[in-house]
Design a binder for this molecule. Sequence first.
Ligand code: GLU
Length: 326
Amino acid sequence: MSLYRGRFAPSPTGPLHLGNARTALLSWLAARAAGGAYVMRVEDLDGPRVRPGLEARILEELRWLGLDWDEGPDVGGPAGPYRQSERRPRHAAALEALRAAGLAYPCFCSRAEVAAASQAPHGPSDEGPRYPGTCRDLSAAEVARRAATRRPAWRFRVPPGPVVFEDAVHGRCVHDVLAETGDFVVTRADGIPAYQLAVVVDDAAMGITEVVRGDDLLPSTARQLLLYRALGLTPPRFAHVPLVTGEDGARLAKRHGALSLGELRARGADAAAVTGLLAALSGLAPAGARVAPRDLVAGFALRKVAPRPVVLATAEVQRLVAPRSS
Ligand code: GLU
């Protein structure tokens, strides 16, 4: 296997917009500039939110932009399967290992109960309020009694103390997971592995050495590092690239208009101009450039990506779809 193994891990729960496309481009460039392998993994665990047909569309749109991958759900590879929903036995085995080591325990609390019991300020938004540890030390008899009427979720027993890591874009990061998040869910009550567990198990099994992703996931990294440690796995290096925001400073969303790649394409945008805009937003090309991703590989370095949000002006998007005057 190559020394550098990068990946992109889209969730087929919403269409690709320019922000996701920029993250994909940067992770692809980092892998290709290092002469590494690039893996596509589809994160489709959240069954009810997964939209039929979206996986194929996302992969098609990434190819349209000019990205390619050495391994993935549509091309296969030695570390497959490349769809998380097909990797459930591996996630279950990891939960089993945590349970056997006394590092995961059943939790019978509902979301509302966690919110009500939590006195602490809210933790990272993706986990909701900090978990106060209600079910941390239930006796075996109590667990058996509750399990008779309710299927538990499983939480990771977070060790005290700071988690320190070096992010390639944000520099040194320190998170006290127990204080900020508390024991977090690794498997939901419906048996679906939580993102935190699945991403660690799959990145490790796929030999990923570098994770380049959006910095909305920066707060998750400390949790993931704790799981790597608990499971005896080697963590990758992390680079969290800033998200693209709309002119109002809010993270790109549907309400910012026709920003999905599919819509841009349907309205006549050309891939070289879209890549040019993504590159210009990242300081890799002059405004108005028309480029293919492969033109940007030479000289690319993640450290050139600034750790501040990137603002996308609506006018720039409009220019992509306006008829070209010639
Ligand atoms: N599937 C996640 C998303 O689409 C990305 C997870 C990751 O890169 O670790 O937001």
